[in-house]
Design a protein around this ligand. Structure first.
Ligand SMILES: NC(=O)c1ccc[n+]([C@@H]2O[C@H](COP(=O)([O-])OP(=O)(O)OC[C@H]3O[C@@H](n4cnc5c(N)ncnc54)[C@H](O)[C@@H]3O)[C@@H](O)[C@H]2O)c1
Length: 441
């Protein structure tokens, strides 16, 4: 099929290269001309495993990038909206969605055939029907239903595993105003032999929020239990291991072995969740409920537990250095999770901010995200480290913030003079230095 994708961030670009690789003709559109130029050169503007390879395999043949939205809509049968939907401090910010919808509507005015518009961005229930569709009708002068279709197709990919997740989805949710629109979207995913949930746009929107809110809740639940466990002298890792063995969480197969669901990694002590989705989506859902006189009490606490969790790292460090002025502290990991250079809402941000305000001499180590952090924050006083050995040589205290696998090498490098605060519980507590871990006394 001929597909145009509006917005070439994590979701738009990954969707674009994957759909092109699957044989579709894809045009990626962005307002950022520099990003478009990079994509056209085969130079991925974000870091994702296998992205560059797939981009280079398809760019110039089945994949193109442009800033010309109108031409892209004209040259395609289906247009996927994948622009950002940030939280503006009070509610979801639909500015980019509205802007893209207006432009697509104007472009559709020139069409004399049926076209389908798909909202892939995460939007609160009702947005596709009550905000996007009217703007498309207004801009095009055409009617949703007979003249064009509107679908909602939430994306579940995880950064760091984005290509694999897109290519091997666990489900595909296909919302739509009618069967005709849904069947066009179904054709896009014809090659995927997975459960497809055909539903209303509103339900599709709600499924995405329920999924993210549930995952965020499991993380804050684990962290709340971890903090209490630590306070009463119990290791939360042991508690979680015991919890994981519930057969409803790790089903037992006939041969006695266990299935280890990915969910268990969320039920683990840590310094909090971050990223471009969980924090903003849970906050948007809370605001959405609040506006309907339905306070989301549980989710409000999920956010509050998470807001406090990074401070637990500095609190533990201060047990060893009540005065942090001049103390060399290395923050290991600034990306919000391994496998990505995305630092949005990373727990590293409040941790580094607090360390700087307390006068520590802060250095950072991250395989791919350090430059990004310095550019975004302007914290030019931070020392950027290249290797774990450098971090161990230069710092007295080491704070593990991101679960990068390479940080598991730490036990072989540290000595008695070091203090390690493990925010991801990835090194053994018997390590040959002063060790503190989240969820450990
Ligand atoms: N990042 C994830 O892991 C993830 C996963 C699932 C769902 N989502 C959702 O997908 C959406 C996109 O997220 P993202 O992380 O890819 O965002 P992003 O910020 O990385 O990318 C958005 C892109 O849209 C472009 N854009 C904005 N307005 C435009 C317009 N009018 N025309 C063309 N381009 C325009 C921006 O320049 C930017 O490149 C959000 O709603 C997000 O919640 C994200």
């Amino acid at each position: 099929m001929r597909i145009s994708i509006i917005g070439t961030g994590y979701v738009g670009l990954v969707s674009g290269v994957c759909l092109a690789d699957l044989g579709h003709e894809v045009i990626c559109v962005d307002i950022d001309a520099a990003k478009v130029a990079r994509i056209e050169r085969g130079d991925a503007p974000i870091v994702e495993k296998d992205l560059t390879e797939l981009l280079r395999r398809n760019i110039g043949s089945r994949l193109r990038a442009t800033t010309d939205l109108a031409a892209a809509v004209r040259d395609s049968e289906i247009t996927i909206i994948a622009v950002g939907t940030p939280f503006d401090g009070e509610s979801i910010d639909l500015t980019y969605i509205q802007g893209a919808s207006r432009e697509i509507g104007a472009a559709m005015a020139a069409l004399d055939r049926y076209h389908v518009v798909v909202v892939k961005s995460t939007v609160v229930p009702g947005t596709t029907d009550d905000v996007v569709t009217p703007l498309l009708e207004e801009g095009s002068g055409r009617r949703a239903g007979p003249d064009f279709g509107v679908c909602m197709n939430p994306e579940f990919l995880r950064e760091g595993e984005a290509i694999d997740d897109f290519m091997n989805p666990d489900r595909i949710v296909v919302g739509g105003i009618d069967e005709r629109a849904q069947s066009v979207l179904m054709d896009v995913y014809a090659q995927f032999d997975v459960p497809k949930v055909c539903t209303s746009n509103r339900t599709a929107e709600m499924i995405k929020y329920a999924s993210n809110a549930f995952l965020a809740t499991t993380i804050s639940f684990a962290n709340e239990i971890a903090n209490l466990s630590a306070a009463v002298g119990v290791d939360a890792m042991e508690v979680m291991e015991g919890l994981h063995l519930d057969k409803r969480l790790s089903p037992i197969l006939p041969d006695g072995s266990r299935i280890t669901p990915g969910l268990l990694s969320y039920l683990s002590p840590g310094c909090g969740f971050g990223g471009s989705c969980f924090p903003k989506d849970v906050k948007a859902l809370i605001a959405f409920g609040q506006a309907r006189q339905l306070p989301m009490r549980l989710l409000s606490e999920v956010i509050e537990v998470n807001r406090r969790q990074p401070a637990e790292m500095v609190r533990r460090l201060k047990r060893h250095y009540p005065d942090l002025r001049g103390v060399p502290v290395a923050v290991l990991g600034v990306a919000f999770k391994p496998g990505t250079d995305d630092i949005r809402e990373s727990p590293a941000l409040p941790i580094i901010q607090e360390l700087r305000s307390l006068g520590a001499k802060v250095s950072i180590l991250d395989p791919i995200a350090s430059g990004h952090l310095i550019r975004e924050t302007g914290w030019s006083d931070l020392i950027v480290l290249e290797t774990l050995a450098d971090a161990v040589a230069q710092a007295d205290a080491l704070l593990i913030v991101t679960r990068w696998p390479e940080f598991a090498e730490l036990p072989a490098l540290v000595s008695r003079r070091h203090v390690v605060i493990d925010g991801r519980r990835i090194v053994p507590k018997g390590i040959a230095c002063t060790y503190e871990g989240i969820g450990l006394e």
